[in-house]
Design a protein around this ligand. Sequence first.
Ligand SMILES: *Cc1c(COP(=O)(O)O)cnc(C)c1O
Length: 399
Amino acid sequence: MKEKNITTKLLHAGENTLAKKINTGVSVPKVIPIYMSSVFSFDDVPSLDAVYAGEANGYIYGRNGHPNQEAAAECLALAEGTDDALMFGSGMAAITTCFLAQVSQGDHIVSSPVLYGGVYDFMKNDLRRFGVEVTFVEFDDVEAVEAAIKPNTKLIYTETIVNPTMNIYDLEAISKIAHAHGCKLIVDNTFATPSVCRPMDYGTDIVVYSTTKFLGGHSDIVGGAIVADQATINSLRHAHCIYGGQMGPLECWLLCRSLRTLDLRVERHSKNAQKVAEFLEKHPKIEKVYYPGLQSSKYRKLGERLFVDNRFGGMLSADIAGGEEGASKFIAACETIKFVPSLASYSTTLSYPAKTSHRAYSAEELVAAGISMGTIRFSIGMEDPDDIIAEFEAALAQV
Ligand SMILES: *Cc1c(COP(=O)(O)O)cnc(C)c1O
């Protein structure tokens, strides 16, 4: 036979043989490799049938699942104290898939009113097009939540720590109400993470995340997740696959790496935020501090009951004296504390809700959400807390 063409040779060389060699060796990689393979090959038809039937281990196609998604799901489910997780290409992909997989035309949802902007938009405008109605009520008032439930209510939705006023709600009482009316409770635990709160311990059925934030923690990945018990996760697999939101192998790998240090990081974020909040509360140029860990916060007692080790997370907000002018001067005077329209990096950052996350709100809507033109939201990082406080002190002197 004529020698094969160089491209022909290269198209068949290496990878497959090497993968099989690794698979049967007596040593394994200490860290799971990044499986940058969109598809998996089979030796014959019965092998493929066996994987589809769940009778043999194996993967088929990246959108259905892949080794790095499985590793990330295992780590996150472990942190949450439950069975399994599904990983998505963004927090919004996770949350919209979670809703679309569970509601049908004519269904009703009860939600707390102040939500991550994208989720609020989806609930208010997109779900309506499919004939799904949402009632927004203040979750501080547990009776109002119950009163808002109708015979066609399927889901109750809230966030563990609400942006930017950092309200927290009694998840234990709300999950009891949800279950008494045959509804599921879904909680966005992005601001808290399982190192501050595990909503499933209080009866929450499904936890959703933007893993872009503290779970990733390094401002280098966009991703999302749904976490729940095995039966619930299995019921959402179809939507995960056909709505197409799967997280890629590299992001899953980076997320696994980040989750190893989640508890250490969030402990530090929480300790630092507590110190910074206590400093800001006493400062004459600060009108109000929103941090549930403050003894003066009306949410402190509830947090002590629901949260791990009196940790209240890394997120806090503060009203700077002088409204928009004061906020602008403060932001310009910060040196290392960058103005970024996101949160939860390793270092301290700030955001300006009236101009970023809540930019679409009218003046009246801002007031109703408890946001003023002087409100700045801080994501407190892992620096030495005294260095963070010194920078705040210097910036406030410029206000
Ligand atoms: C960022 C965020 C989301 C959306 O996540 P993406 O990864 O940006 O799609 C949802 N909920 C909360 C609380 C968030 O902070």
